[in-house]
Design a protein. Structure first.
Length: 469
């Protein structure tokens, strides 16, 4: 029964071929159906191949298509055999068709023999000196071991065909290497910058936009994204890093139209979310949240940030963002709580994060009229400064000790709590720059002299009286 089935398939193949001997498409489709159904049994399509050999033995393009079919189904033996048959005819009749050489090169490259692969790719170049694929294959072999040779190969094609984007292709090689973990982002940017953007291929735009974003070149990233989107309006990567760049430019460039950039980021996000190939990423909603915060649209900002956290809970920094939103809404206690949660969950909190929280306490204390209600706020702010002393030793000492002394003055009218901090303030000021802080040192010393006279510590009173002169 099986033999009859295969005979019928072969007969059908022969009938189709007689009807259209110059077009292998239908014959190839029939062959593929048999190969697909018998991946582990090459004998099953032996008859089919015998028929095809008779029909297309003088057609190297058809033989190449058969080879490619076997390449697709991992039949290395037949893939190589048909590529070699094509090459025999190509060299006998001096036909220009480099693809069979590339196929053989690919087989050797996959087998871990790049040297032999390069030889076949070079033969492909000789067969068709204007075929970009052959040059790219040679460059691909060399790009790790000899990057210069790889680029030189691409440049060689550019001299033959000035429209060929040699620098962009080289940038693509370095881009792939960087994605794989090699430190080649700088080279990627370098080669993209060298290329005439009018020669860019479709895939170059999103890659270049991403690298520009990585290097904080936000304005250029937006510009290149727009060029890419003019050609491919649904490109997710271009929309994503245009949006990110709009947010970052608004946050870092004081001369920019901040509101326009944040509004632009929101619009870019809508286009990105609507793109057919869009896949959700937590960072997309995080950056959208930043844009809404910039627009003081705190309701939508919260929604976006919470969506980001739902996609990736391991983002302690977003607790700080939510805290900022609560502060902006006037919910001081909730904002301070979220900041503290951020501090507790993130080991690498920056000194500026703690400083930002103390600024919020300063604002709240200043706005609180009831002196009794100020006390717990002052105590809590002092605790933040104490943590800053502990986590960042030697940093901002003059400022921190000044603030702690002031806070402890407010908490303890006797001066006993603040005196040690005033002493540390003088020490820090002297160590940092005694000339620069001369006024602070003198005024603080006089304050300490008065305190120590009051508590009958004559030795310290005399020392600080002299220092305060």
């Amino acid at each position: 029964m099986k033999a009859l089935k295969y005979f019928a398939a072969g007969a059908m193949l022969a009938m189709c071929s007689v009807a259209n001997a110059q077009d292998i498409t239908s014959d190839l489709a029939t062959l593929e159906s048999v190969v697909k159904a018998n991946k582990d049994n090459p004998a099953a399509y032996k008859a089919n191949l015998k028929t095809l050999d008779k029909l297309y033995k003088k057609d190297p393009a058809a033989l190449t298509k058969i080879s490619k079919l076997f390449y697709q189904y991992d039949d290395t033996l037949n893939c190589r055999a048909y590529a070699e048959k094509a090459i025999t005819f190509i060299e006998k009749k001096k036909v220009t068709l480099c693809e069979p050489y590339i196929i053989l090169g690919d087989l050797h490259y996959i087998a871990g023999d790049p040297g032999t692969a390069a030889g076949w790719y070079e033969r492909a170049k000789l067969n068709d000196p204007k075929n970009a694929k052959a040059y790219e294959k040679v460059a691909g072999v060399y790009r790790k071991a000899n990057p210069k040779a790889a680029v030189d190969n691409l440049k060689e094609l550019e001299t033959i065909d000035p429209s060929y984007p040699a620098n962009a292709v080289a940038a693509g090689f370095y881009y792939d290497a960087a994605i794989a973990g090699q430190k080649t982002w700088g080279r990627t940017l370098e080669y993209f910058q060298k290329e005439d953007i009018n020669k860019f291929r479709e895939e170059d735009y999103p890659r270049y936009v991403y690298v520009l974003y990585l290097y904080n070149k936000y304005e250029k990233a937006i510009e290149v994204a727009d060029l890419g989107l003019a050609k491919t309006p649904d490109d997710v990567t271009c929309w994503r890093y245009k949006m990110y760049s709009q947010v970052m430019k608004a946050q870092t460039d004081s001369k920019s139209d901040v509101e326009a950039l944040f509004n632009g980021a929101v619009e870019s996000s809508k286009k990105m979310f609507a793109a057919e190939k869009y896949q959700e990423y937590a960072d997309d909603y995080r950056m959208l949240g930043e844009a809404y915060v910039g627009l003081k649209n705190y309701a939508d900002a919260e929604t976006a940030i919470n969506k980001s956290l739902a996609l990736n809970a391991d983002q302690p920094g977003l607790l700080k963002s939510l805290g900022d939103i609560e502060f902006s809404k006037g919910n001081f206690e909730k904002g301070a709580e979220l900041y503290q949660n951020y501090f507790d969950k993130y080991d690498k909190v920056d000194l500026t994060d703690y400083y930002a929280l103390t600024q919020k306490y300063d604002e709240k204390i200043k706005a609180t009229e009831d002196e009794a209600a100020k006390k717990p706020l002052q105590k809590a702010e002092d605790a933040v400064f104490a943590t800053m002393n502990e986590k960042f030793p030697g940093k901002l000492l003059v400022y921190i000790y000044y603030k702690r002394a002031q806070l402890n003055d407010a908490l303890d009218e006797t001066g006993a709590s603040s005196a040690p901090f005033y002493e540390k303030l003088i020490e820090a000021a002297q160590a940092e720059d005694a000339v620069k802080h001369q006024g602070t040192i003198a005024s603080t010393a006089r304050k300490l002299a008065a305190y120590y006279k009051k508590v009958n510590n004559t030795e310290k009173a005399a020392y600080y009286t002299e220092l305060g002169k």
